[in-house]
Ligand binder design. Structure first.
Ligand SMILES: Nc1nc2c(ncn2[C@@H]2O[C@H](COP(=O)(O)OP(=O)(O)OP(=O)(O)O)[C@@H](O)[C@H]2O)c(=O)[nH]1
Ligand SMILES: [Mg+2]
Length: 332
């Protein structure tokens, strides 16, 4: 299971201080104490959002503070309450107290709101201290501090897009170009031995997750190569990107490669083979023979698959591919 993890700091607003004041008015002798209480500090809430699927946004923004309460004022005016804040986190986030390791909350439904740090109460103004025998109190209290916590957030990641293809097709290279992931890349087959995830950031708010899995070969369902057990990691993705090397160096025919991989997917599960798929011709920077690209393009047209031709070296076609993936996984 892939786990995304971040540490954040939350601080609720401090309460405002109580005020010391006396009523002073012409013709009103001994006006009495009139210092108002401080306002309560704002709370920090965590709110489960159905629109996010990673914790990436916290990496750029790890501190969340609510506003402090205003101080009390004369004429018995209570200070304003500090504004509370809502901090969005994806559904599926589990929240731990970093210091104690205690599990504080587990978000399971969109819109769920959890009070994570409570604002401090305001201090009392001197008007509150007046009694029959103590008519000119000068006592007034400072506001109470807002709660502060260091938290560890954990999210089990589910991939949105699965990359499939022969070994050496350029799957790991592609994920390293589209995300911040740094998988091992090399010009020999079966470089990738373990599935890897990369988070692709489309803009400030939208992200999706790509899974890079070991390459498949003919007979993988019979245990050839690394087998097909890794396909379970992409069983729940919404989209597959099928990468086919169109350079001569593969020593195979692109159309043949496509069909072999599709059979292996079908051998794993009919559902997997029937998933929406993008057909991606890779390494076009070193493809000498345009007929190889065209044969694959024709195949895509025949099967009604969106077709992309890319080079992870020059960057050609990568933007279009990224947007095509995003369009399909972020819709709805
Ligand atoms: N010229 C060129 N080379 C590429 C491109 N993409 C990948 N390569 C090279 O192809 C080789 C294999 O790339 P990988 O990304 O490791 O391939 P993979 O599909 O992850 O392979 P496995 O992990 O073995 O399944 C490496 O030497 C890469 O540098 C490309 O667009 N152009
Ligand atoms: Mg790889």
């Amino acid at each position: 299971m892939f786990i995304d993890e971040v540490r954040i700091y939350v601080k609720a607003g401090d309460g405002g201080n109580g005020c010391m004041a006396f009523r002073r008015e012409k013709f009103v002798p001994r006006g009495g104490p009139s210092g108002g209480d401080g306002g309560r500090g704002g709370n920090v809430y965590l709110v489960a959002s159905g629109h996010q699927n990673t914790l990436l946004h916290f990496r750029f923004n790890p501190e969340h503070k609510a506003e402090r309460g205003r101080h009390g004022e004369g004429s018995n005016r209570t200070g304003h309450e500090g504004q509370s804040i809502d901090v969005a986190t994806p559904v599926g986030t589990v929240v731990y107290d970093l210091a104690t390791g205690e599990k504080l909350h587990d978000f399971t439904t969109p819109g769920e709101r959890f009070l994570i740090a409570k604002g401090g109460r305001g201090g009392r103004g001197n008007a509150r201290f007046a009694t029959a025998t103590h008519q000119a109190p000068t006592e007034h209290k400072a506001g109470h501090p807002g709660e502060e916590k260091r938290l560890r957030l954990e999210l089990k990641l589910l991939a949105d897009v699965g990359l499939v293809g022969y070994p050496n097709a350029g799957k790991s290279t592609l994920i390293s170009r589209l995300s911040a992931a740094h998988p091992k890349i090399a010009d020999y087959p079966f470089t990738t031995l373990e599935p890897q995830l990369g988070v692709v950031q489309l803009d400030d708010f939208r992200t999706f997750v790509i899974a890079d899995i070991p390459g498949l070969i003919e007979g993988a369902h019979l245990g050839q190569g690394l087998g097909i057990q890794f396909l379970r990691h992409i069983e729940r993705t919404r989209l597959l990107a099928h990468l086919v090397d169109v350079s001569e160096s593969s020593g195979r025919e692109p159309v043949h490669d496509f069909e072999v991989i599709l059979q292996e997917l079908a051998a794993f599960s009919a559902d997997l083979a029937a998933k929406p798929m993008l057909l991606v011709a890779t390494k076009i920077d070193v493809a000498q023979n345009p007929a190889r690209v065209e044969s694959l393009r024709a195949l895509a047209a025949e099967r009604g698959l969106p077709f992309f031709a890319i080079s992870s070296v020059t960057g050609e076609g990568l933007e279009q591919l990224r947007y095509a993936m995003a369009e399909r996984v972020l819709a709805g």
